[in-house]
Structures are given as C-alpha cells and as structure tokens.
Design a protein around this ligand. Structure first.
Ligand SMILES: *Cc1c(COP(=O)(O)O)cnc(C)c1O
Length: 393
C-alpha cells in the first residue's frame, strides 16, 4: 500500500484563534533520529537547534530552555547576579503581557514597575522616562504580536542610563527590522516555542545573551548549577569523566532533544510561515480599514513582523466577541492588563492606555491553516456586527 500525503484541510468552520501547523513527516524523521540514537535529553538536537538558531538570527549566543518563562527567569537571575542588584531593585515593564513576563521579575525577587503602552501597545518611551528611579536596573520590553514598537528609542534611553534591556520576544521569532532579526542589541532576548506560538514545538524557549560570560553561566544555571553537561562528559575520555562540580543552586530549566527536533523543522519554514501570516494580516487590513467602528493596531513602520497576532480595538468588545462566537469564530484577548489581577495591589494601576486596551482589545484568528476566504469571513462578520460593509475579494 502506498501512503498518500494528506493535503492540508482548510479550516472551513469553525475558525479558531490559533491552529499550529506541523510538517509531520519531517518532525517524525527528526524525532526518529533521537529515538534511534537513544538521546532525547540535553545535548545532541538541543545543540543543533541552538546552532541553527544562531545562524538564522545572528545572535552570538543561544541557549535552549524548557520554556520562555524559564528563559526569562534565568535572564533576570543572571543579570541580577552579574550586576550585584539587590532584592527589590526595579525593572520597568509593561502590564499588557502574558503573566510570565512579570512573574519572572517577581521570581527573581525584583520589583516590576509598570509603565504605560503606546499606540503599538508596546512600552512607551515617555512613560519609561517617567518611571526611572535610583533603583531602576533594567527595562523589560515585550514585542506584542511580533511588533517592535519603539524598541530603538528604548534601547538608547537604557544605554544612556546604564540600564539593562531584557526583550521578551515570545511573539518575535523571525521579526525583522531593516532586514535584521529584532533584539540583537538587547542585553538578553528570550523566545518562546510554546505550542501555539508562531514557531511551535510543545513547550520550549531560547535565551540569547549578548555577553559570552552570561551564556556560559546560563548553561550551568539551567542544569541545577552543574558545571559540565552530560554531552561534554560523554565525549571526554578517561576515568574521571563522571566528575562534575556544582557551583550554585541552579534550576532544572534546560530544553530537550525531542522539543529541539520540532524546533529544527519549524525553523526551516519560519520565513515562509511568517510571510503567509503577513499576507493574511494585509488582507484583514484591507478589508477592515473601511470599518470605522474598529481601530487596527499598527505595526512599527520599519518592522517586518512575525505577525503572531492580528489585533484591533472595538468599543463593544465583549459583545463583538459573543457575536463572533455565535458565528463560529473564536478570537482571543492579548492581554488582560496584569495590574488588574488580584495578586497586584490596586495602587499599581496607573497605565490608562494599557487599561483601555485591556478592555477593548481583540485578537482575530490568524494561523497557517486559514485561507484568505476565512479572513474574509471573519472581517465580514466583524463588519456586520458594526453595521458596516466590506468589499468582496
Ligand atoms: C507565551 C508567552 C510567554 C511564555 O512563554 P512559555 O514558552 O509558554 O513559557 C512569555 N511572554 C509572552 C509575551 C508570551 O506570549
């Protein structure tokens, strides 16, 4: 019997927010390598993926982790140690993000100081300037939806004041600015390859330090503080290759070869996939720009975004969400403004633009199994709700 490749089935009905696409035969071939070699853990494919990632992005260093959350915690732990920061020192950050971003600051016993967002829904440089104090040590920038916002200005502000820049690039795999991967100038950039990100595995991430010494340190910190990984030990010879030392109370945060196998395949298609996302986004733009009841969140002019998200603001957001659900369309919200969560004292809320966005944002379905006509149907339904009309493609 010959097996025919199954053609990708277009999502006709319903239309979901995110549907990851895996090149299954290629993924299975990479995973088979791991199983046949008997090597599923740290080393082997994790190193191959780190090398491929450095080559693709241009980062000098990259360390593969169990998740971006782990990568962010490592990033802050190491910067804190390298800079001898005290507990309670401050990181200026955005409230409009997934909880991981700010949890990582708190896990590192630093204090998140919330600044407001700009029209790109990324940190506003003016608001950052307003929040800088004698205890500020760094700025945490989130490239929401793959947008680069005003990162350039923020890098300059930070450099002039000797502040570290941590880039939460969970949405930015393949985002380019003037042809170059975004984030190369940050002190540390952290990517996510979680199950529904634009380069999906199941759970994993990449932490890219600009300094070699921090990259060397993070490899120990992510493996419980052990100063020699198994792969290196296997390759060394002699009776003492089992020996290792433990330098500090590290974490169990490194990635494994099965996840790296999926990442290696996804990376081969990242540019093509992001290009498809941008085409769908452009289609949404052209259809929705005539619907004056909604306002579209713009990408920064010099940014070629990954387009992890397509976001707009709507006056009656909750009603629009229900209306779309009634029509078998399932959008999302990215994000609830974090200071609205019970874990933060109510005095934290001083970011009116983030608060407004949190109440009006909606992310339309955008994924690789959608066709232009699916985007047409979504836009049409949004327009219908608004009492407007969109042209037929
Ligand atoms: C998904 C996400 C994370 C966390 O990524 P994980 O790999 O799931 O830990 C962090 N920040 C942002 C903005 C995210 O969207």
């Amino acid at each position: 019997m010959t097996l025919q490749p199954v053609p990708d089935r277009a999502a006709v009905d319903p239309i979901h927010l995110f549907v990851p696409k895996f090149r299954v035969p290629e993924c299975l071939a990479e995973i088979t390598d791991c199983l046949e070699k008997g090597w599923t853990g740290l080393g082997y494919k994790t190193i191959a993926f780190e090398d491929a990632w450095k080559k693709y992005t241009g980062f000098p260093h990259a360390h593969f982790t169990a998740s971006a959350t782990a990568g962010l915690h490592l990033a802050l732990t190491l910067l804190k140690e390298a800079g001898s920061w005290a507990d309670g020192d401050e990181i200026i950050t955005t409230p409009l993000t997934f909880v991981s971003t700010n949890h990582a600051i708190l896990h590192s016993r630093l204090r998140p100081v919330f600044a407001d967002v700009d029209d790109y829904l990324c940190l506003d440089p003016e608001s950052i300037l307003d929040r800088i104090s004698s205890r500020t040590r760094g700025v945490m920038f989130v490239g929401l939806g793959g947008n680069v916002g005003q990162l350039d200005r923020i890098l300059k502000i930070s450099r002039d004041r000797n502040l570290r820049v941590i880039l939460d690039a969970a949405h930015m795999a393949g985002t380019r600015v003037r042809g170059v991967q975004a984030g190369l100038e940050a002190d540390v950039t952290v990517f996510s390859f979680q199950a529904v990100k634009n380069l999906p595995t199941a759970d994993s991430g990449m932490v890219c330090f600009s300094e070699r010494s921090l990259d060397e340190a993070v490899r120990k910190w992510s493996w419980l503080g052990i100063n020699k990984d198994t792969y290196t030990r296997t390759k060394s010879t002699g009776a003492y290759r089992w020996r290792y030392d433990v330098e500090q109370v590290g974490f169990k945060y490194h990635g494994n070869s099965i996840m790296a196998a999926l990442g290696l395949v996804g990376l081969r298609y990242l540019d093509e996939d992001n290009g498809y996302r941008r085409r769908l986004a452009a289609h949404y733009d052209s259809l929705l720009s005539v619907v004056h009841q909604v306002s579209l969140v713009k990408m920064a002019p010099e940014c070629q975004p990954s387009r992890h998200l397509y976001q707009l603001l709507a006056e009656d957001r909750d009603e629009l969400m229900s209306y779309l659900n009634d029509h078998d369309i399932y959008p999302g919200v990215h994000y609830n403004e974090n200071t609205a969560y019970r874990m933060y004292p109510s005095s934290e809320a001083a970011c009116p633009k983030a608060r407004h966005a949190s109440e009006h944002l909606i992310s339309l379905p955008l994924h690789l199994k959608m066709l232009e006509r699916d985007a047409q149907r979504v836009a049409q339904t949004v327009a219908e709700f608004c009492g407007a009309r969109v042209g037929h493609a």
